[in-house]
Design a protein. Structure first.
Length: 368
């Protein structure tokens, strides 16, 4: 399967070195050993809080006595404040920066790892770097280890955060945000709850259907997207989406989909999903799936395929989240959606505001 990835991505830039095989987590010790020069050198392990008290699910981690371990609360989306506070805690202990930052978890945990790595070497706060190519100095050496497949955070050049002061959900989009090393071990996704497995995996599918229906096209992003969607269909139209072979396929789809979106733009789904996350606190991947239930007008073929996949897997999905909101909340949803100019222009053209009027946006949210 590694040969397949190598063939597909041979022309892609900004790809970190990666290990892709069951059991490859064991390689982390040797990777960190190369960075541990002095006795005081330490690594920072950022681990999804899902594993707190259950580290045995990860096997044996090469944690030394001087290392720091922090469990990332992923019950809500990462905020710029979260990154700033974590940076201040780390540097407030009269310690040098770590020699490595290791993100172990889903997209939120890996985004926190990437953002913190950059903030440890660049002055200012996380919100100062929300946007495109604002990070000027390479961050601390960072390793990405996904434990759920779909977001593509392991492969992308961004890390998405919510700024609580202006309610904008935006990434730290930079070549320096790319992980320096990836460990893609499908064994780590065995214990993911089925609903979460589906929500996260569909993020890959949605990334790529948005790319293939957009105007910002390239042969590279198209090829990556086609392959990703093919793998997603094989997984989610199968009777056992979590079989060993399907977990490998979905991890590959996540990686390829992340590379695809790094070389293109998403479309209508992600801005509406961002609105649900910012205003109602819905997790990104679940928000994508909820948004898809209202996307028949924009993506009719993919809408039907999504419905067939969610029915095949008997996945639970909340309904009616926006039915009883007040006018201020609808206004906030509109503002948190319409601010995403690049993806909406990619999907609908430069006059997207005339298409997505306040009334239209409210109508779509009421269908979710």
């Amino acid at each position: 399967m590694t040969d397949t990835i190598d063939k597909i991505i041979k022309d892609v830039q900004e790809i970190p070195p990666y290990l892709f095989e069951a059991g490859s987590l064991r390689s982390l010790e040797a990777i960190l050993l190369q960075k541990r020069v002095a006795d005081s050198d330490y690594a920072l392990f950022l681990i999804d809080h899902y594993f707190q008290g259950h580290l045995d699910k990860l096997g044996s981690l090469p944690v030394c006595k001087q290392d720091w371990m922090h469990f990332v609360d992923t019950k809500s989306e990462p905020t710029t404040d979260d990154i700033n506070i974590l940076r201040d805690r780390l540097l407030g202990c009269d310690k040098e920066s770590p020699v490595a930052v290791i993100g172990i978890g889903g997209g939120a945990t890996m985004d926190v790892a990437k953002a913190l790595s950059n903030l440890l070497t660049n002055k200012g706060n996380a919100e100062d770097y929300q946007g495109w190519d604002l990070v000027k100095i390479p961050g601390v050496f960072k390793v990405g280890i996904p434990t759920v497949s779909g977001t593509g955070a392991e492969a992308s050049r961004t890390c998405v955060m919510i700024n609580p002061r202006n309610a904008v959900k935006l990434g730290m989009n930079s070549e320096h945000t790319v992980f320096d090393q990836l460990i893609l071990d499908p064994d780590l996704t065995r214990t993911v709850p089925s609903n979460q497995y589906f929500y996260s995996g569909m993020d890959s599918y949605i990334h790529c259907m948005e790319i293939l229906n957009g105007s910002h096209r390239s042969l590279l992003a198209d090829e990556l997207s086609v392959q990703t969607m093919k793998l997603c269909r094989e997984v989610f139209l199968d009777d056992d989406m979590k079989s060993s072979s399907n977990r490998k396929k979905l991890m590959m789809a996540s990686f390829l989909g992340g590379l695809a979106v790094a070389n293109s733009y998403v479309g209508v789904v992600h801005p509406f999903s961002a609105g649900l996350s910012v205003v109602l606190g819905v997790h990104h991947c679940m928000a994508n799936c909820i948004t898809m239930t209202a996307m028949e007008e924009f993506y009719p073929k993919e809408f039907e395929e999504f419905i067939s996949m969610i029915e095949r897997q008997k996945t639970d999905l909340p309904q009616g989240l926006c039915n009883n909101l007040d006018q201020n909340q609808y206004e906030s949803l509109y503002q948190a959606t319409i601010v995403h100019e690049k993806p909406l222009t990619n999907a609908l053209g430069s006059d997207f505001r005339n298409i997505l009027t306040k009334e239209k946006v409210k109508e779509l949210f009421l269908h979710m």
